[in-house]
Design a protein around this ligand. Structure first.
Ligand code: BV8
Length: 233
């Protein structure tokens, strides 16, 4: 039983890198925001892609390849179970670009920052499932053009996916739960303020207080793989 709120009402859950940490996926902070000496902000921007497409493709190729070596953890599985038995509206929005939520069975899921397992062809503007390396000018599965596919990732300065749907869900939620995020990146970090504004009960489950902790009526500190299943019970 979800502590204190039963199984109904409109629930929005926001997840960040911390929920995948116990599966062995590095968080941005754990990596000190660095990847092979590059600041994440320097490789996760459209400008970086124009400047050095092969470096940026390699950054995501490495992370996509790593996905094949990790599994969903108890936190991902607990959220999929909660979705199956929730009576009201349920939406899981993740900032993560890994596929661990869907592999755990989550269905009502939005990847607001895109997905490692997707490629976006700038020649035909088509998004396609993507496995393996994208570097060295791989061909677009739709139009066969080469060297035109970019990672289907929302970079800094780019508009996150499904913002209208996300804004609507947060404005109509009774319960807002944030899991494993530092609250460093907007607009995701601002969702809790909107939830508070509309009178939702806001819960934070994280390894440490986040930048937005003051907006939550309830904060539980611990590893997601331990405190998320306990909270879902
Ligand atoms: C936008 C994909 C507007 C990439 C990501 C200048 C120019 C343009 C925009 C801005 C600007 N200045 C500021 C902005 C806004 C900017 C922003 O917020 N910047 C920050 C740095 C200040 N935001 C944007 O640019 C966004 N777009 O604003 O567009 C716009 C408007 C109109 C038209 C066009 C555009 C887009 C942001 C999306 C960037 N892409 N991801 C990739 O993954 O490679 S963000 C990326 O970093 C992640 O997705 C995630 O969102 C963020 C990291 O956050 P977390 O997930 O929280 O991860 P982090 O490591 O920080 O924290 C992990 C937490 O887990 C910690 O608290 C830790 O304690 C905890 N933890 C660790 N282990 C565990 C644990 N918890 C539990 N259990 C554990 N075991």
């Amino acid at each position: 039983m979800v502590a204190g709120t039963g199984q109904s009402g409109n629930l929005v859950i926001l997840s960040g890198a911390g929920i995948s940490a116990d599966s062995g996926v590095p968080t941005f902070r754990a990596a000190d925001g660095l990847w092979e000496g590059h600041r994440v902000e320097d490789v996760a921007t459209p400008e970086a892609f124009v400047r050095n497409p092969e470096l940026v493709r390699a950054f995501y190729d490495a992370r996509r390849a790593h996905l094949g070596t990790v599994e969903p953890n108890a936190a991902h599985l607990a959220l999929a179970e909660l979705e199956r038995r929730w009576d009201g509206d349920f939406l899981l929005v993740t900032q993560n670009v890994d596929d661990l939520h869907e592999r755990a069975g989550s269905q009502r899921l939005i990847h607001m920052h895109g997905e490692l397992n997707s490629g976006w062809c700038l020649a035909c503007d088509t998004r396609s499932p993507w496995a393996g390396a994208m570097g060295q000018g791989a061909a677009c599965p739709s139009c066969a053009a080469t060297g035109t596919v970019r990672p289907d990732i929302v970079w800094f300065g780019e508009m996150p996916y499904e913002m209208e749907r996300l804004d609507e869900a947060v404005r109509n939620c009774d319960l807002f739960v944030s899991i494993g995020t530092s609250g460093a990146v907007y607009p995701a970090a601002g969702f809790v303020q909107t939830a508070r504004y509309v009178g939702a009960h806001c819960v934070e489950l994280n390894l440490e207080p986040s930048q937005g902790s003051i907006f939550f009526q309830e904060t539980r500190i611990g590893r997601a793989s331990e405190i998320v299943p306990a909270w879902v019970e």
